[in-house]
Design a protein around this ligand. Structure first.
Ligand SMILES: [Ca+2]
Length: 665
């Protein structure tokens, strides 16, 4: 007995020593598995009736959280890849079609960016300064020239990522400048899995945290697979009696003759074989994480870049019951398989119907890594860790899509917004809208727009505000052709005496706060005459610094002005901000501090989204004001008691007051 006690004490002491010497908690690794053209109904866990076999991804779903309403940021490749890399809607970068997709039909497509700019901050670039090793394997498709490939965007290793959005062949030789050919006939999917497995072992050996994106080329065309697998699925289709069946859908090419044929039964043997190749590769990567003991501190995300191919371009799969497919803003084009396995998440194997989107990967991965979003970076995505841990949904009222192009798949140029169960689709050729309740009608067959006019207005206004916020571009007329529809311009504010606001502000400030009170003014936004011009606003820029100066000079020697040019004003905002700084600082260099880098960007909160004219004064006390200003709907109003609870407009919250004025910094 005594002997045992001593032994236990000794063990307890050893335990205490071990605890003392325990290493710091392991940092979370990040693995993003991104499939190509892989549709929502192509995953067994989503669609138990699927013809395809995805045991490895189904197992991942059972270990993680499967999102039934997860989306791609765009119905085609490159824009969604941009969103994954940056956490931003591709519309912000004008990168709204696959690269270099340009195609006119009734109208010319909207102008597009032809690569992801190097100044964008990728997930790899955000993680690398915090000690993360970074690697990219597979499809990139974010720029024609090599200077835009992964190694220029924060990835230390790039295997197989270049300009092309599809392999020339799934069998070596690959004709890929970032992938050495293997033995003739080597299979691309297996080869890239080999590379990733090797990299994982390497990371493990070095003991450093890592971020690896494995971007499958699968299951994009060309439709190719190894013969034995094809034969397996030919036999399976035969055994199950699955013969070809097609339904018809309209198509929007000028040259289109009649309807398009959409596959109604999943039975394509080659496609099924490709799905299995991808699933097997994913399984090998996941098994390697297990084998190396990395799974317990690795966040794994699996999703796809757009819906399944079941369109005018070809229909190897069926997305039914979803409508449309790749290249369409119907659910078939944007609803995706989505699985996130976060170690420590509350409910492994749970499903979530909270809508999420490609942009969410960026902040979620950073949060898992314990790395902040780079200061001043404007992103659209939301950190999903609270949702994974205890079901707390992200603070977000809507998801948006913007595809002002004629894709290869016969769809119409259009946009969409989802709010709750409701989805509004807008056709850019003519501005017509359709409204669907996805809860009751996942197939988007019953257009409720005429019965729900108030909802249509609310959702269209929200979508249009988002267009303005993100600088969305639209169709153009062909030479000598008719003009296409375009959303109405933002309400244009013409203010006879724009400086009134600042005068009011200065007077108010003098009346309300004791002298020497610390006052912080944050000026987001459009700046300077150029910004005014683009917003169509009368803006005697030169008038205001003096006024502001007088008010501040008299009352706020501790004033701090933070200048934050935003993406909305773009270069105009930056130019204007510099001018503002020069003017104001030259007036009162002893009073005003430029508190932020001129190249910094910040995000408007959702309530200020889409306003073309904004000043954002954040004031350290709530206060009362009787002044003219324009609210977020562009209406010039006169409201007292703003900034107080119960104020007439919920935009105006205590301690934060926003003026939307004709003065455009
Ligand atoms: Ca794709």
């Amino acid at each position: 007995m005594k002997h045992n006690l001593l032994k236990n004490l000794a063990l307890a002491c050893l335990g205490a020593l071990a605890a003392q010497a325990a290493p710091a908690p392991k940092r979370m690794n990040i693995v993003v598995l991104l499939a190509d053209d892989y549709g929502w109904t192509d995953l067994g866990a989503n669609n138990p009736q699927s013809f395809y076999e995805t045991p490895n991804l189904d197992r991942l779903a059972a270990q993680g959280v499967r999102f039934t309403d997860g989306y791609a940021a765009n119905p085609v490749c490159s824009p969604t890849r941009y969103a994954v890399q940056t956490g931003r809607y591709p519309t912000r970068a004008g990168l709204t079609n696959w690269l270099p997709g340009v195609r006119a039909e009734r109208f010319r497509e909207a102008p597009i960016a032809l690569h992801m700019e190097l100044k964008e901050t990728t997930l790899a670039e955000a993680l690398r300064p915090h000690g993360y090793r970074t690697a990219f394997v597979g499809k990139w498709h974010l720029g024609e020239e090599a200077k835009y490939w992964p190694e220029a965007q924060g990835y230390e290793v790039n295997i197989g990522g270049w300009s092309m959005g599809r392999p020339s062949s799934y069998f070596s030789p690959y004709q890929n400048p970032r992938l050495e050919d293997g033995p003739k006939g080597e299979h691309l999917t297996e080869r890239l899995a080999n590379e990733t497995v090797r990299l994982l072992a390497d990371f493990k050996a070095k003991g450093e945290p890592f971020f690896l994106q494995h971007s499958f080329y699968d299951v994009h065309t060309p439709l190719q697979a190894r013969p034995a697998l094809i034969e397996k699925y030919r036999a399976k289709a035969k055994r199950l009696g699955l013969t070809d069946r097609f339904v018809e859908e309209p198509q929007y090419y000028v040259s289109a003759k009649g309807t398009r044929q959409v596959r109604a039964v999943q039975n394509h043997a080659i496609y099924a074989a490709m799905v299995e190749e991808m699933d097997t590769a994913a399984g090998r990567i996941l098994a390697k994480l297990d084998e190396l003991g990395l799974a317990e501190n690795t966040l794994v995300v699996f999703t796809s870049d757009n819906g399944g191919l079941s369109t005018a371009e070809g229909a190897p799969t069926s997305n039914l019951p979803l409508r449309g497919g790749k290249g369409w803003v119907y659910e078939g084009g944007i609803r995706e398989p989505w699985i996130i396995r976060m170690p420590g998440a509350a409910h492994p194997g749970a499903t979530s119907a909270v809508p999420i989107i490609s942009t969410d990967i960026f902040p979620t991965a950073l949060a898992a890594a314990g790395v902040p979003v780079p200061p001043g970076l404007l992103i659209d995505g939301k950190n999903l860790l609270p949702l994974l841990r205890d079901g707390t949904p992200p603070d977000r009222d809507a998801l948006f899509w913007h595809y002002p192009h004629y894709g290869n798949q016969g769809g119409f140029p259009g946009g969409a917004v989802r709010m709750g169960d409701w989805k509004l689709i807008e056709n850019y050729e003519n501005g017509s809208v359709a409204l669907y309740n996805l809860h009751d009608d996942i197939g988007e067959r019953h257009d409720l727009a005429s019965a729900e006019t108030a909802r249509v207005k609310t959702m269209r206004d929200r979508l249009h505000a988002w267009y303005r916020e993100t600088g969305a571009k639209f169709l153009r007329a062909k030479e000598g052709g008719p003009a296409p529809w375009a959303p109405a311009a933002a309400p244009s504010l013409t203010v006879a005496e724009p400086a009134d606001y600042l005068r009011d502000f200065a007077q108010l400030a003098a009346a309300r706060w004791p002298k020497n009170h610390t006052l912080t003014i944050v000026n987001h936004g459009h700046s300077g005459p150029a910004g005014c011009t683009t917003a169509g606003i009368v803006c005697p820029f030169d008038a205001y610094p003096h006024l502001l100066h007088v008010g501040l000079n008299n009352h706020y020697p501790n004033a701090v002005i933070r200048m934050i040019p935003t993406a909305i004003g773009g270069e105009h905002a930056e130019a204007g901000a510099k001018r503002f700084a020069a003017d104001v600082l030259s007036l009162r260099p002893d009073v005003l501090t430029l508190d932020d880098g001129l190249n910094a960007r910040t995000k408007f909160d959702s309530q200020s989204a889409g306003y073309d004219v904004k000043l954002d004064y954040r004031i350290t006390d709530s206060f009362r004001l009787n002044a003219r200003f324009a609210n977020h709907r562009g209406e010039i109003t006169k409201i007292g008691d703003i900034g107080q609870p119960g104020s007439p407009d919920p935009v105006f919250m205590p301690r934060t007051v926003r003026f939307y004025t004709g003065v455009n910094f």
